[in-house]
Design a protein around this ligand. Structure first.
Ligand code: NI
Length: 260
């Protein structure tokens, strides 16, 4: 059984066949999915998807590249959405200096990130971090946070082995998806080698980042088998062990029970 800890099934790329696809996924070996918001609209859509499907849970939050939508009204709505029964995390939130290079925009990203971290603390939910080319500022902000036992997931992890060790020490899980199957993912392969399996979760980030041999195509949860196989190969363990442990990790980080 596989737990897809990060998906975007609300995306318009799924508009033509969403329900058929979900039926296919859940009748195969995918047991649970967390659908993750990136702005207000997709946060609402994530909650709606979770309410319509017992296997889907939601995360609500505003992605660093979408913070223009954040005003007081939006923060109030996020707080309301976060209180919904099937919401299990705040995300995706964080910093993205790859797309936004202007210092004022980056500073606004940090403010929005901190404000949403505050919200996560208030509602006692774990966070899903999106961080790209912002390793130092992300770490600085997160280390300044008061310690919690289950802080969340560093999604689509793309930094060094040293930082991964640091995040694991802080209690985070490392999100691994299709990128691990790419030829140029040398550092990520080292990260997967180093980080204990007890700290890794599987994620598609679909419709993006499909693993080899489907790189470039529309991604979906059934392709996680290629990610699990790659992790098993790197760690020299069985695919079953990878699926079982990462499934358990996902339940733990999102505070869910097996049959729930
Ligand atoms: Ni995402």
């Amino acid at each position: 059984m596989i737990f897809d800890t990060h998906a975007h099934y609300d995306d318009e790329q799924f508009d033509t066949d969403r329900e058929d696809l979900l039926r296919e996924i859940f009748s195969a070996n995918i047991d649970k999915i967390v659908n993750v918001g990136a702005d207000m609209e997709t946060s609402r859509a994530s909650v709606a998807l979770a309410n319509a499907h017992p296997e889907i849970y939601a995360a609500v939050g505003v992605h660093p590249s979408d913070i223009a939508c954040l005003n007081e009204e939006a923060y109030d709505e996020l707080r309301r959405l976060a209180a919904e029964e099937r919401v299990v995390a705040i995300g995706e939130i964080g910093l993205d200096y790859y797309w936004d290079k202007e210092p004022e925009v980056q500073s606004a990203q940090r403010d929005a990130f901190k404000r949403q971290l505050e919200l996560a603390r208030e509602v006692k939910l774990p966070i899903i971090i999106h961080s790209r080319e912002a390793a130092k500022d992300t770490m600085d902000i997160l280390t300044a946070e008061p310690h919690v036992d289950n802080p969340g997931i560093i999604h689509c992890y793309s930094y060094s082995v040293e930082q991964a060790r640091e995040y694991v020490k802080m209690g985070y899980y490392i999100g691994v998806g299709g990128v691990i199957t790419f030829k140029n993912a040398k550092t990520l392969r080292k990260v997967v080698e180093e980080v204990p399996l007890e700290r890794i979760v599987l994620e598609t980030d679909c419709p993006y980042l499909a693993p080899e041999p489907n790189r470039g195509k529309r991604n979906y949860s059934l392709y996680l088998k290629f990610v699990a196989e790659k992790i098993a190969e790197i760690k020299e363990i069985s695919v079953e062990k990878v699926e079982k442990m990462t499934y358990q990790n996902a339940l733990t980080v999102y505070g869910l029970q097996k049959g729930e």
